[in-house]
Design a protein around this ligand. Sequence first.
Ligand code: BJW
Length: 236
Amino acid sequence: MRAMSSNRNIVILTGAGISAESGLKTFRAEDGLWESHPVDQVATPEGFARDPDLVQRFYDERRAQVLAASPNPAHMALGHLDRHFAGELLIVTQNIDDLHERGGASRVLHMHGEALSAWCRACDARHRWTGTLREGPACPACGEVAMRPDIVWFGEMPYRMDEIFDALARADLFVSIGTSGAVYPAAGFVQQAAAHGARTLELNLEESLGSRNFDETRLGPASELVPRWVEEVLGR
Ligand code: BJW
């Protein structure tokens, strides 16, 4: 088995678990987001077409929660890794919060969109958005009232998949942090990376649906596991 510090090309996949200790709810826990907001109502294009006000209110609240949250030691450790790791690194996050960026990371790709972005369906422009959308503000670019959350819902294509697949093919270490392995295509990244020869490591509070696919799983809170793993990688 290769030593962690010998890795030159790392792909990290993060999920809701890395932001749980920042106070942002995960989806599939007993008190998770899908308990109070059925997924087909708030996270599908059909749900949005049926009741746009409900969906806009859900994401208006999520946006406010993101703005109020702060990065935790796991985000800070990945920011430190990003600034000090000389090899190739890509943090692919399923999360729509900006806590990786506020934790100091810049090599971040948001495959499921961003809470602080609004997307105009009339002119395709995207705008940084910190306010609400439910009252139907006009698009700053074209003036139409057609803005939706810039979020990838079920049945929609996640963002920048070509870049992600290229990075997975080059990776010699794939690390998954705080994700249940319930949602594709992200749940399949571990097998893709392994097929190209990468070592695979999972950091999670508990065993996930995908645990059996990893070379190694470490269990515990991300705020403890991630800083420890980053120290290993940087060889300190
Ligand atoms: C801690 C912790 C702590 C807690 N420390 N850990 C079969 C094959 C392929 C696709 C499909 C398929 N069957 C159906 C599909 C399609 C569908 C899908 O996957 N459905 C499943 C239900 C099966 N996928 C799609 O529709 C996707 N698009 C698509 O597939 O396009 C076609 C395509 C094909 C091939 C290539 C490319 C494209 C789109 C999926 C969009 C998902 N959108 C959401 C909502 C929007 C974002 C938002 O509102 O925030 O994204 S759903 C939701 O789930 C959200 C998340 O990003 C995503 C993943 O959840 P995550 O992050 O794993 O959270 P949880 O709650 O599930 O888990 C938390 C974990 O943290 C747990 O494991 C805890 O233990 C852990 N944890 N505290 C460490 N302190």
